[in-house]
Design a protein around this ligand. Structure first.
Ligand SMILES: C[S@@+](CC[C@H](N)C(=O)[O-])C[C@H]1O[C@@H](n2cnc3c(N)ncnc32)[C@H](O)[C@@H]1O
Length: 463
């Protein structure tokens, strides 16, 4: 075997593989290494060894690839957020397209599908409209911080080291959210540090401060601050709110979500409105959307408009069709298409998302969108009309096989499949390919500097 666990090796990175990791092949044996660029010569320590592949940790770069660029973010070597910053954006798009093509060919056995160039994100920094930072009483120290005695070693607010639940990097500057978010976070950090209340201990499950969620409305340039705590303490939360509102006129909403759940989920069991309204208003195209603290909304607003434009184009509606939108979330796709269809039905499992969808429909004065609540595999039968077009936008795991069965049984003339995971996209398209021809797939980049890629596929019924 060419490599052994816990040993270090000097390797040449020859490609990028699944999950965005660099690939080296000493004597033909695949070794995956995170945060590498093809053309890098790197020093690597093997930490996982399987029969047919191994995984190594980057120790240092012996010879950087000519492709490599300086990452803008100082936490880039450790943070789980955006690991591709060292790769120029055009190259990121090339690799993302290739990932879609290869997933379709290898997982879905769909070799001849036309895959278009990736639709890029106009903003490659400051593009995320929502960030969720964890509070920790035991923050993880970067190597240079370990040597600095002036650094407070306890409390931190930030993002996790990938694959860990208890290692939080104290992030002072995150480049993928709008810059003001960092100033807001800094004010919160200073307040929390002086508050006399402990940040959450992620192993002992003790402490008051749990998460800070920041949300931004591009349309109104307004911010929501969601302070997630383990219990209620209105004096402290109101004091922080007062400071924030005084300093940042852009904050239009502050809520306090309270949760004693042990899991790292920032959704509160109870929400208390502290300042302003309990939601933001965002716009997509000409439509307005109400976004509450716990609602799902696509995280890159401008790229979402590009995604939905592609959905409209593929749906090719002329006002006469009935559309069924599976996995409809807060109703954004039905509302986006409402002016182009006779009637649209959405199915969504999360109650609060369905409530938001219905509110969003009335907010926009729309009368041809109806939402059904429940698991699609159970609720599908309740759709009162046979759809001409089905839109499918499932979570990363893709479609349940019973849902595939329902879709095939209804066999609409056209299917538009939106996916955030090329692997499950390929698997599901293969299942649909018995009755449908996959005419075209367009990847849309919603997540610059990460290997994630959204895709829209157009399927038409075979004769
Ligand atoms: C990727 S989101 C898409 C949301 C929406 N189309 C959008 O663009 O904002 C997937 C949605 O599917 C919902 N979902 C997941 N499993 C479901 C199921 N079995 N039945 C119905 N909805 C489900 C989730 O709650 C989530 O809102």
């Amino acid at each position: 075997m060419p490599v052994k666990k816990r040993k270090t090796y000097e390797l040449d990175i020859i490609d990028l593989a699944f999950g965005g990791k660099g690939l080296a092949k000493p004597d033909g044996f695949p070794v995956f290494v995170d945060r590498c660029v093809p053309g890098d010569r790197v020093f690597v320590k093997i930490f996982k060894k399987k029969k047919s592949w191994a995984e190594g940790r980057l120790i240092n770069i012996v010879n950087p690839s000519p492709l490599r660029q300086e990452a803008r973010c100082e936490y880039n070597r450790f943070c789980g957020g955006c690991k591709w910053q060292q790769l120029p954006y055009e190259r990121q798009l090339e690799y993302k397209k290739r990932h879609v093509v290869e997933s379709l060919a290898h997982i879905g056995r769909l070799k001849d599908v036309r895959v278009m160039d990736v639709v890029p994100s106009d903003y490659i920094y400051e593009y995320r409209n929502k960030m969720e930072f964890s509070c920790s009483s035991m923050r993880w120290l970067m190597p240079e911080e370990l040597a600095d005695d002036s650094i407070k070693k306890g409390f931190g607010i930030g993002l996790h080291v990938p694959g860990t639940f208890d290692k939080v990097i104290d992030i002072h500057n995150c480049h993928i959210m709008p810059a003001l978010g960092n100033d807001i976070l800094e004010t919160i950090r200073a307040f929390v540090a002086e508050s006399g209340l402990a940040a959450y201990h992620l192993r002992k499950h003790e402490g008051f401060w749990r998460f800070v969620m920041l949300r931004h409305s591009v349309a109104r340039d307004q911010w929501m601050v969601n302070l997630v705590t383990s219990e209620e303490n209105s004096d402290v939360i109101k004091a922080l709110s007062k400071q924030l509102v005084k300093k940042f006129s852009q904050i239009s909403c502050i809520v306090n979500n309270i949760t004693d759940a042990r899991s790292g989920v920032s959704t509160g069991k109870e929400e208390i409105l502290i300042h302003g309204e309990d939601h933001l208003i965002e716009k997509l195209g000409g439509y307005q959307f109400k976004i509450s603290a716990n609602s799902f909304f696509q995280t890159n607003t401008r790229a979402c408009e590009k995604l939905y434009t592609k959905v409209s184009e593929y749906a090719g509606l002329d006002g006469s069709q009935t559309v069924l939108d599976l996995y409809s979330g807060t109703g954004t796709i039905p509302i986006w298409l409402s002016g182009q269809a006779k009637q649209i039905y959405g199915i969504e499992i999360v109650h609060s998302a369905v409530v938001d969808a219905r509110e969003n429909v009335s907010l926009n004065g729309i009368d041809n969108c109806t939402f059904l609540e429940g698991d699609i595999k159970d609720v599908f039968k309740q759709v009162p009309e046979k759809p001409d077009v089905i839109i499918i936008d499932p979570p990363r795991v893709g479609m349940h096989k019973d849902v595939v069965g329902h879709v095939l049984a209804h066999s609409p003339g056209k299917i538009v499949y939106v996916s955030c995971n090329p692997a499950t996209l390929a698997r599901d398209l293969e299942m649909l390919a018995s009755r449908y021809a996959v005419l075209e797939v367009t990847p849309v980049d919603m997540f610059p500097h990460t290997y994630h890629i959204e895709s829209v596929a157009l399927l038409v019924k075979k004769n």
